[in-house]
Design a protein around this ligand. Sequence first.
Ligand code: ASP
Length: 582
Amino acid sequence: MSWRDLYCGELRETNIGSRVTVAGWADTRRDHGGLVFVDLRDHTGKVQLVINPERAPDAASVAHEVRNEFVLQAEGEVVARAPEAVNPNLPTGGVEIQVDTLRILSRSTPLPFQLDEENVDETLRLRYRWLDMRGERMQHNLRLGHTVIAAIRRSMDEQGFVDVWTPSMTRGTPEGARDFLVPVRLQPGKFFALAQSPQLFKQLCMVGGIDRYYQIATCWRDEDLRADRQFEFRQLDLELAFAEREDVLDVMERAVVAAFESLGREAPSRPFERLAYDDVIARYGTDKPDLRYGLEIQEATDVTRDSEFGVFANAPCVRYLVAPRAFSRAELARLEEIAKEWGAKGLAYVVVDESGEMRSPILKFLSEREQAALAAPPGSTVLFGAGDADTVARVLGGLRVHLGRELDLAADGGDVFHWVLDFPLFEQDDAGGWTFLHHPFTAPMPGDEGWDEASPANVHGQHYDLIWNGWELGSGSIRIHDVELQKKVFRTMGLSDEEAQSKFGFLLDALAMGAPPHGGFAMGIERFVALMAGEPDIRQVIAFPKVSSGSDPLTGAPTPMPAGVLAELGVAALPGDDPGAA
Ligand code: ASP
């Protein structure tokens, strides 16, 4: 006997007159003094069961025992609903099943929350995730994730990529986060690191002649958890040999478009816009601008050079935003607070009211020439940043994001994808030395290879980021395939050739044995799926995520381990530590 003939959500008027067996969960039960109605639910929808004691007395006595989320099997006849009982909002709303046999396959204890309840505490939802998963939101999100990943896999296959599995347990991969460590019983006191990404293995695949590698790879990074961050997440990870930057961007664009098409959504048009890093920082104050709206940062350094307003005259850089609204004093005070959070000392402004009149405490200091240069339309506010270029970019970039949100500037913007290219190769670290911006395997721009190892500030790298509506989806680069150049990058980061050999000897050896030019990319799958699903955080598209304390409310992990187990691994917990604390 099979458990069911068809899914609950599949029944239609065409089934009227046939006998069917269905199975699923009791979504609701209504007892109408005699007749019992049960909405039976599975992942496809709900169908109404009618249990009539006159027609089926045994089924009726079973029906009285049924409670929400019991698992049932029902056999009976599909009939048309009476006209006044038709539910036009349900695909199955024109029919019901007159039940002849009803079986309880499984019972449920009272529920910690109802499936359709709103604002259920998230930790409670995660503690009972199997219940939460039965609800529409998780059903939709997990299936949407599946559709997107299947489309990406198809696209990669069509583009000639080979899925190669790479190890999770490895040496640390420098992606800028802490490693999770795995002690090794066979070698007490030694540790594997869980891969922060398959970066070096995919490069070795290129040296190994795979030509086009991809993987939906799990990555582990020990970072604080946030809306778009979990300890473990997946990447669409790919690498191409004999590739130029444009080849990599083209592959990724095709994968993104395939994902949109798989959901029947209008795909962003290709090629996605390409913008240089220096340019986006100057215009938007961030390397991941939301381009659904303009609100560009504008230059005023020259025009304010001899300003009578001392703050402008003395600042190496003066820039401004024109917000499309004449702000009130209270609103300006709030904006000033935000500017300060981003590092400003204050916020100079000029409000242009609806009649075109300017209002500002600094107006009396601004010459006619300055006022003319900064002219803004009626009903707007000019907001200034003055100081060193980095601070000004940060402050105005922060204000731009805030205003975009507050004034709902992105509302009609659709889906805007773009690339940011030509990042600096190095940045200064906290100790005053130099470190990589992306990772140390990114190639410099052609022509930039001759940098002075002590001052690499102006070297640009062949690194690129993909941005969707202000969210960074992922990064990639053309890699170094010349062993001497790779050693030079390590030296610039303060690693001697000996240290580089001991940490990355396997890579240097491979680069010295016929490495083709190559480059690649990695895109965060959960972030992409969450944005596709319109979800505010990636936990809503992950079956079993952790909460921000780093715990899993469902299993209770992580847990302390008995001292004997630790001893076998060559590990000891420090006294006073409470590894079980949530
Ligand atoms: N491994 C890099 C990352 O995880 C991506 C890449 O360069 O391909 O961000």
